[in-house]
Write a protein that binds this ligand. Structure first.
Ligand code: SF4
Length: 194
């Protein structure tokens, strides 16, 4: 049975299932609306997220929020944002396969809690952590994939978009905005979140 939102946050905060617990300041569980129809899954907390206890609040997260807003998606009401790993890896390295596996039950709880029809996988590590697919994010981005009763779309990670600031047609940023507009289209026929 799915834990309630507050129970889940408390249980995560006490977790020591993997070695990342030793170096964290805060366990980073989620932000946004637990009743949203869109679940956004990223990689792992960075320094800002570790300090504030919220996912995607650093430069990458701010860019993601701007792109979601430009596509007409309101994060506070229409999305629930989390990561495949809830504690910051040292030096912002990629989480290991063992860390992804250790943290997976928390992600499963979040999916059960939100029960979203639409899921965005932000970047290659989210793609690996959720679907077990290594590499290929560039070719897979923007494609809807059935995932049980849900629809899932990988998109490029905003940290990559920060390194590629062009917004010309066909640029990574422009492609990502196109992808998010297609998410908007798919969200629109669904009833508004409570
Ligand atoms: S990363 Fe996940 S599994 Fe590891 S200690 Fe943090 S919450 Fe627990």
């Amino acid at each position: 049975m799915a834990l309630a939102h507050e129970q889940l946050a408390l249980a995560c905060a006490a977790c020591h299932r993997c070695g990342l617990a030793a170096g964290r300041q805060r366990v980073v569980v989620s932000r946004g609306n637990p009743r949203a129809r869109l679940l956004v899954i990223g990689e792992a907390p960075g320094a800002q997220e570790d300090a504030q206890g919220q996912p995607f609040v650093g430069r990458s997260g701010q860019l993601l929020d701007r792109l979601l807003a430009a596509a007409g998606i309101d994060v506070a009401t229409e999305a629930y944002i989390c990561n495949v790993v809830k504690c910051r890896p040292p030096g912002n390295r990629k989480p290991t396969a063992a860390e992804l596996a250790a943290c997976r039950p928390w992600l499963e709880q979040q999916i059960a809690l939100v029960d979203p029809p639409l899921v965005l996988l932000v970047g290659a590590t989210a793609l690996q952590g959720v679907l077990g697919i290594r590499g290929g994010i560039t070719g897979l981005r923007g494609q809807w994939r059935p995932w049980g009763e849900r629809w899932l779309m990988p998109i490029l990670h905003p940290s990559y978009l920060l390194r590629n600031p062009s917004e010309r047609p066909g640029s990574p940023r422009a492609l990502t905005l196109d992808d998010l507009r297609r998410v908007r289209e798919r969200l629109t026929p669904l009833p508004a979140p409570l």
